[in-house]
Design a protein around this ligand. Structure first.
Ligand code: FES
Length: 180
């Protein structure tokens, strides 16, 4: 090892996730393993790269299963229990396959005061699910989350990769109609 990052290439066998889809075999590509090593090398402590690597894992495998936790833990020489604690602490890591779209409404103080409870109630009624649940057609996973640092435009939500600001029930309706 020359860059100070833990070696990963010889001790991280693919993990079979136990699902029927062959794509669920848990293994990064060589290019992704190179990116893991690069990320680990930019932090004084390689564990600093754990969150971005978990995001990469989620994008690759769809969600963070126990098998994915085990695989990522091996990449960092950490216990699976340590990685599990991290995954369960943050709301935007999914432990089950989410819907095709994520609607995550901030319910922290600024958004709460600006009307987030009404936005959340409207979404519950429109989607027919509670926060933390996915619609029956798997189109939308609905979450409530802590401050996303856009308090000046409260109430707000993250819809997939973008922020939607100054929400109103009418804006929510347009957003939902625009989700394929
Ligand atoms: S309180 Fe909602 S973005 Fe900060």
């Amino acid at each position: 090892m020359t860059d100070g990052a833990p070696s990963t290439s010889n001790r991280t066998p693919a993990v079979q996730a136990g699902l029927s889809d062959p794509a669920t075999i848990v293994s990064f590509s060589e290019a992704q393993l190179g990116e893991v090593r690069r990320l680990q090398s930019v932090y004084p402590d390689a564990r600093g790269a754990l969150l971005p690597v978990l995001h990469m894992a989620q994008e690759t495998f769809g969600y963070i299963s126990l098998e994915v936790e085990e695989y990522v833990a091996a990449l960092f020489d950490l216990s699976p229990a340590h990685v599990h604690e991290v995954v369960t602490f943050y709301t935007l890591y999914f432990r089950e396959r989410p819907g095709r779209h994520i609607v995550a409404v901030c319910h922290n103080l600024s958004c709460h005061l600006a009307g987030a409870p009404g936005i959340i109630a409207h979404l519950k009624q429109k989607l027919g699910v509670d926060p933390g649940e996915t619609t029956a057609d798997r189109r939308v996973t609905f979450l409530t989350v802590e401050c996303l640092c856009a308090c000046e435009a409260a109430p707000m939500a993250q819809v997939d990769d973008r922020y939607e600001l100054n929400l109103t029930p009418e804006k929510i309706d347009r957003l939902l109609e625009g989700l394929p």
